[in-house]
Design a protein around this ligand. Structure first.
Ligand code: IPM
Ligand code: MG
Length: 365
């Protein structure tokens, strides 16, 4: 089969980590006999520099016409006035929001798993809660506060800002259905997170999720308030299987969940819609401080490429191969600086990519 993959390296370390993930995809093509054709697209700061806007209509159309999109990261230092002293809709991050919305990718899947090889990096390792955990956050991605009206005006002589939080029941239902489907393939437990003691949108969320739950009698549903969830994630992350939540809460909780794995450089993500087209990106950002130093950890992007193989191209066997090869290289003690510890071998971005690409030839396919 032939597949069209759009590559959006983006800014900062983006081009380096996407370059390593492409090596992996090339190796998959070689081993499997499938053909991948790539189209490189600009988004974020580099698109602002080239075209004056973070996402052009042409880039969006090309992404839409592909089978899957692999993204590095967008954005630069906040002090970068060329990108940031402009209207919010023209900043690098606006490109990311626009492509998610433009491709109707409403379901953001963010796994946060304590990798046994990196258990020492977990900041909770010395507490009772440093037990193994394996969570998937299902974050609603195209609604809520992010996409309501935003405005700043003067009211009664005072500068006043408004951000509107809107959800309709259909937007809630479709992400809830996805969360229950994911839970059915895992440990069959959904924790829906909201702020139903304060917000109407959360009360609607809770009632729609309860309706959806009726179609999945084998899955246990619990509701949890978001402030409590933030606390429980630190106290006892092992209690969670699938966390289902709205856009803003999901943004915050997914950073927290990734941090407690001790290895944010390791975590992939998928943004999915109703068809097979998806956008895959590491959970971490563009790390402009280390851009160009060949020290960034490419594993989150490589694991995102594995999710791309699985969810958009239905190449499950190939996705497994990539994931096993990552495990193999970690088992052998190779680490980029962000996850390095005593006794391990420190390697660069490109060395890590090469090691995993090589391991794919040794693993059973
Ligand atoms: C994320 C990021 C984005 C978000 C930013 C860069 C707009 O934090 O993907 O989690 O808030 O969704
Ligand atoms: Mg975030």
């Amino acid at each position: 089969m032939e597949y069209k993959i759009a590559l959006i390296p983006g800014d900062g370390i983006g081009p380096e980590i996407v370059g390593e993930a492409k090596k992996i995809l090339d190796r998959v093509a070689e081993i499997s006999g499938h053909t991948f054709t790539y189209e490189k697209l600009l988004m974020g700061g580099c698109s602002i520099d080239a075209y004056g806007e973070p996402l052009t209509a042409e880039t969006l159309a090309k992404a839409k016409a592909s089978d899957a999109v692999l993204l590095g990261a967008v954005g630069g230092k906040v002090g970068n006035s060329r990108w940031y002293d402009v209207a919010p809709s023209l900043r690098p991050e606006a490109g990311l929001l626009a492509i998610r919305k433009g491709l109707e990718l409403f379901a953001n899947v963010r796994p946060a798993r304590l990798m046994p090889q990196l258990a020492d990096a977990c900041p909770l390792k010395d507490s009772v809660s440093g037990n193994a955990f394996d969570i998937v956050i299902m974050r609603e991605l195209t609604g809520g506060l992010y996409f309501g009206t935003h405005k700043t005006e003067t009211v009664g002589g005072l500068r006043t800002a408004t951000d509107v939080l809107v959800y309709n029941e259909e937007e809630i239902r479709r992400i809830a259905v996805r969360a229950f489907e994911v839970a059915q393939k895992r440990r069959k437990h959904v924790t829906s997170v909201d702020k139903a003691n304060v917000l109407d949108s959360s009360r609607l969320w809770r009632s729609v999720v309860a309706e959806v739950a009726k179609d999945y009698p084998d899955v246990q549903l619990d509701n949890m308030l978001v402030d409590n969830c933030a606390m429980q994630l630190v106290m006892n992350p092992g209690q969670f299987d699938v966390i289902l939540t709205e856009n803003m809460f999901g943004d915050i909780l997914s950073d927290e969940a990734s941090m407690i794995t001790g290895s944010i450089g390791m975590l992939p993500s998928a943004s999915l819609g109703s068809g097979s087209l998806g956008l895959y990106e590491p959970t971490h950002g563009s790390a402009p401080d280390i851009a160009g130093t060949n020290t960034a950890n490419p594993i989150a992007t490589i694991l995102s490429a594995a999710m791309l193989l699985r969810y958009s191209l239905s190449l499950d066997k190939e996705a497994d191969l990539v994931e096993r090869s990552v495990d193999h290289v970690l088992d052998a003690g190779y680490r980029t600086p962000d996850i390095w510890s005593e006794g391990c071998t420190k390697v660069s971005t490109t060395q890590m990519g090469d090691l995993i690409t090589d391991a794919m030839l040794k693993e059973e396919y």
